[in-house]
Design a protein. Structure first.
Length: 173
């Protein structure tokens, strides 16, 4: 059994949040970018950007704390609908883990937490986006009952062309 705590992130923890978000992103996604992800990490995980997201009541952020160490984070958007889908949706927008947490059941626990939260809020479905090149992630989400329900393409000049494809995945509750 893993020693994992999932705790809501507060605005006073934004610097720690920025550090773990950047580390988790670099641990897994440098290969996607011509600049090894520097532009994206600076844009998305700087203290000002994350402070604004933390203060936005449409977002919920949680730390993943494994063996008393910050190893990642989760971003939920409980009111975010999937385009062209009926019902009351709940988006799991980001799950980023450091290498230290990968393969230890943390991602599964965060997904279970997210699905349980959606059920408690009487949502009809949960959804997320994944890179179509991330076959391991897609298989993981499928093992949790998600199905591909759409595709999209990112528009980042800095990203290598072969990684611009995305899939939307949905699980009915």
């Amino acid at each position: 059994m893993i020693n994992l705590r999932i705790e809501k992130i507060t605005i006073s923890e934004v610097e720690k949040f920025s550090e773990v978000a950047t580390q988790a992103y670099f641990d897994h996604y440098r290969h996607l970018w011509y600049d090894e992800g520097e532009w994206y990490a600076h844009k998305c995980f700087n203290v000002n950007q994350l402070s604004g997201e933390l203060l936005d009541t449409k977002n919920e952020f949680f730390f993943a704390i494994l063996d008393e160490k910050l190893v990642g984070f989760l971003k939920l958007r409980p009111e975010n609908q999937l385009a062209e889908q009926e019902g009351n949706g709940f988006e799991i927008e980001r799950i980023y883990l450091t290498n230290e947490a990968t393969g230890r059941g943390v991602g599964r626990k965060l997904m279970e937490f997210s699905i349980d939260t959606a059920c408690q809020q009487n949502k009809d479905y949960v959804w997320l986006k994944a890179m179509d090149s991330s076959q391991n992630a897609i298989r993981f989400y499928e093992s949790l009952g998600f199905e591909i329900c759409g595709t999209a393409r990112l528009d980042f000049e800095q990203m290598k062309t072969e990684y611009l494809g995305m899939v939307a995945m949905r699980r009915n509750l």
